[in-house]
Design a protein around this ligand. Structure first.
Ligand code: ADP
Ligand code: MG
Length: 269
């Protein structure tokens, strides 16, 4: 079967268009081209509508790739989001404050957030939930623990990469430092954390979780001057959420223990 010059040029033009899209690395649009053109023909779409549909496919794919990259970079340890947090189970949490933080307005003026409370009350969960909200809103987030941050800075100093390491921790729009005070920080660890906090001061937000009440920081750091300076930077613009409610884990554990006990008692009687 012979092809008319008209059809021939149309086929060539299609190939060229596909080639242009690939050259521009608009690969999802290139792949969808045939489908969108068919759709445009059958649905009698306008040229504008067809182009819009094609580019929308590329934009959506690019957004999904960027979100996945931000998620990988953030290293959030759990898939928690704020919807998973049971406020009724934790009366020690100021729900209004948390909902306000979840609007992410605190990122705009580089405010910090401190979650202070004993183990199991949801400090990590809330910080991960805020981190996830920030990732989804398009921000660069990085989660670490105080111990890991200290170890990483220590190693970087030994290997002559101190500046690179500091730049790394200065980069994210939101840095989450979990579990400050759970393990004693070595002296250079406390100083590294101070430098990280100091260089982010008034530029970008940090969320810090700790089991050490602010009044006891001097003791926890060994060095009262470093502790005071760090608190000064952190608290200058900050929301402090003290969580003094019951441990969620222990509460669940207690329910299980009660259930087992009730079972044993009913069998005994
Ligand atoms: P913390 O960091 O204060 O020690 P976590 O955030 O790690 O506590 O919480 C401990 C466990 O309890 C986690 O599995 C977390 O998902 C769960 N948890 C804590 N508080 C709540 C809550 N209010 N609603 C739902 N799960 C919670
Ligand atoms: Mg925790």
């Amino acid at each position: 079967m012979s092809t008319s010059p008209m059809q021939m040029s149309e086929a060539r033009r299609f190939q060229q268009l596909k080639g242009h899209l690939s050259y521009l690395k608009l690969n999802d649009a290139a792949e969808a081209l045939n489908r969108v053109l068919d759709q445009a023909r059958t649905e009698r779409m306008s040229m504008t509508a067809a182009l819009e549909r094609l580019l929308e496919i590329e934009v959506e794919a690019t957004e999904a790739r960027c979100l996945a990259a931000r998620e990988r970079f953030a290293c959030l340890p759990e898939p928690w989001s704020l919807a998973d947090f049971d406020f009724a189970a934790q009366p020690g949490v100021d729900e209004k404050l948390i909902r306000d933080l979840a609007t992410l307005r605190f990122l705009d003026d580089a405010s910090n957030v401190l979650f202070v409370g004993p183990p199991g009350v949801g400090k990590t969960m809330l910080s991960v939930a805020l981190g996830r909200a920030a990732v989804e809103a398009g921000h660069r987030v990085y989660f670490t623990t105080a111990a890991d941050l200290a170890a990483r800075c220590h190693k970087a100093a030994l290997e002559g990469r101190w500046k690179t390491c500091m730049n790394f921790f200065a980069g994210p729009k939101l840095l989450i430092v979990d579990e400050l005070g759970y393990l004693p920080l070595p002296e250079d660890g406390a100083s590294a954390l101070f430098q990280v906090i100091n260089q982010r001061y008034l530029k970008s937000s940090t969320i810090l979780t700790t089991n050490v009440g602010i009044a006891d920081w001097a003791g926890a750091f060994g060095d009262a001057t470093v502790a005071a300076a760090m608190l000064d930077r952190l608290l200058h613009r900050a929301a402090v959420a003290g969580i003094d409610g019951p441990s969620y884990r222990l509460r669940n554990h207690q329910t299980k223990v009660d259930t087992i006990r009730a079972g044993v008692n009913s069998r005994a009687s």
